[in-house]
Design a binder for this molecule. Structure first.
Ligand code: UN1
Length: 483
């Protein structure tokens, strides 16, 4: 069957697909010969058209009443929920996450829209008395304007949802650029949004490369704010350009998240938390635990069982219900993962299991989860974000040594501890410098209604998600009035 050709959505309409000179093939990493859909790539001229449409549509949308915004957002959330199985299957096909996880992600996307549907009704301001007699003060929040959204490939629907929903909720218009590896979920979301009652121009989708579409978004004077999730390198470039022209910017970037396992940990909890946080979603999460820091009392028992559990994980087609871990997203990421595994070996770490490319007739990009022991803190596998199923274990003496090791990173997104000690749990929650702290839970897998984000090289700008998203998606006005 010839795959369907789809296109960007600009100013209330899907763009003509007649020009097929620059097509993007969306391939299934479980079966790279399969092209799921094809897309006409957007270029700079189309990006400028989308920005212009968003700019023209935004003032009226900002004036729409809260009920209108709530209805639109709720309608989008409801349709996502009704179509969850179909959307999750599509997501699993294009990104390689197993269907069970894809369903969780689709639900999360729907819930984000429903959360911001309610949030639209809670828009409020503050009233102050002036220090001068006879003067009143109002502090109100207003839309920022046109928001450029640049999303990564690893959460093809949830991350777009948790950026688009608050942007629309607070009266902004949106130009959304998904990662080129996952255009199908983005297109499905745009199609749902196109039928939600949103006025033309308020939401636009551009499927195209970073170097033309992304770059134009970041540089264009009519884009008032950029919300970006992706690599630290690209994040720095985005910020330096956006800040030069004084646009607002919100960045979510990498992580090298530690998970501490203390002697007093419940062994089964520690194993579940370590396996899930490190290897699920093929380790392709900025919140994945890639550094396991284990105290010496529990080390031998824990490692023996961890190796067993890691070996038992079934790697395969994301659509197969018995698969634990789907494929790596593409050839390039697979090469990166393999190069990191080689660097671990070269630097003298011991590969206890995994790290092998599985040969499969489909040509699926299957890599068995790699577990490195005898890791030293200076090694690249321990310091740099890999974004694959590669876990480095560091053995330490006690909690203070574990805490110091956890903190020794240029990142600061998520940090976890497995312990039954209230004292250590409390200390860790209080003193960890990560933006999100997990006690007896995996470092990855977060709720949709509370702030998401980190510190240092992981995040920049105001937090995403929940009511805190208001900080980024609105600006503050202070009005004085003499009575
Ligand atoms: C999660 O762990 O539930 O890119 C979410 C990422 C993050 C999202 C992680 N921004 O992996």
């Amino acid at each position: 069957m010839t795959p369907e050709i789809k296109s960007s959505y600009v100013d209330g309409a899907f763009v003509d697909t007649n020009d097929d000179s620059n097509l993007l093939d969306n391939r299934n990493p479980s079966n790279p010969g399969e092209v799921i859909e094809r897309f006409v790539r957007a270029d700079q001229a189309l990006t400028e058209r989308a920005i212009d449409a968003a700019h023209r549509a935004q003032p009226a949308w900002a004036q729409s009443n809260p009920q209108q915004r709530a209805d639109v957002l709720d309608c989008i959330g409801s349709e996502i929920l009704v179509r969850r199985q179909e959307l999750a299957t599509l997501l699993a096909r294009e990104e390689g996450k197993v269907v069970r996880e894809a369903l969780g992600e689709v639900d999360r996307a729907a819930r984000s829209f429903k959360f911001y549907a309610q949030e639209a009704l809670r828009a409020s301001g503050e009233k102050y008395e002036s220090v001068r007699t006879g003067v009143g003060i109002d502090v109100t929040r207003h839309a920022v304007g046109v928001v450029g959204i640049i999303a990564p490939w690893n959460f093809p629907i949830a991350i777009p949802a948790w950026k688009i929903a608050p942007a629309l909720c607070f009266g902004n218009s949106v130009v959304f650029k998904p990662a080129e590896l996952v255009p199908s979920s983005a297109w499905a979301l745009a199609e749902i949004i196109s039928r939600s009652g949103l006025p033309a121009g308020v939401f636009n989708l551009l499927i195209g490369p970073g170097r033309s579409v992304g770059d134009t978004l970041v540089r264009h004077p009519q884009v008032n704010a950029i919300s970006f999730t992706g690599s630290e390198g690209t994040g720095r470039q985005v910020a330096s350009i956006a800040v030069q022209r004084m646009a607002k910017v919100q960045l979510e970037m990498g992580g090298k998240n530690p998970l501490i396992v203390l002697d007093d940990a419940d062994l089964d909890v520690a194993l579940d938390v370590a396996i899930q946080g490190s290897f699920f979603s093929t380790g392709q999460r900025c919140t994945a635990s890639s550094r396991l820091i284990v105290t010496e009392g529990i080390y031998p028992r824990f490692i023996e069982r961890l190796v067993e559990r890691t070996r038992a994980l079934k790697v395969g087609n994301a659509l197969d219900a018995t698969t634990d871990i789907g494929p790596v997203v593409d050839e390039k990421q697979l090469e990166t993962d393999q190069a990191f595994i080689q660097s671990g070996l070269d630097e003298g770490a011991t590969l206890a299991c995994g790290g092998e490319r599985l040969e499969h007739p489909s040509g699926g990009l299957f890599l068995t989860p790699a577990l490195f022991l005898d890791v030293q803190p200076h090694m690249r596998i321990y310091r740099e974000e890999i974004f694959g199923p590669v876990l480095s274990v560091l053995k330490v003496r006690d909690y203070p040594a574990a805490f110091a090791a956890a903190e020794d990173t240029p990142f600061g997104l998520s940090a976890g501890i497995v312990t039954t000690s209230l004292r250590h749990a409390e200390h860790f929650k209080r003193h960890s410098s990560a933006g999100m702290v997990m006690v007896n839970l995996p470092t990855a897998g977060v709720d949709y209604h509370v702030p998401f984000g980190g510190n240092r090289g992981s995040s920049y700008g105001p937090r995403e998600q929940g009511s805190h998203a208001r900080e980024f998606f609105t600006k503050v006005k202070t009005s004085y009035q003499a009575s």
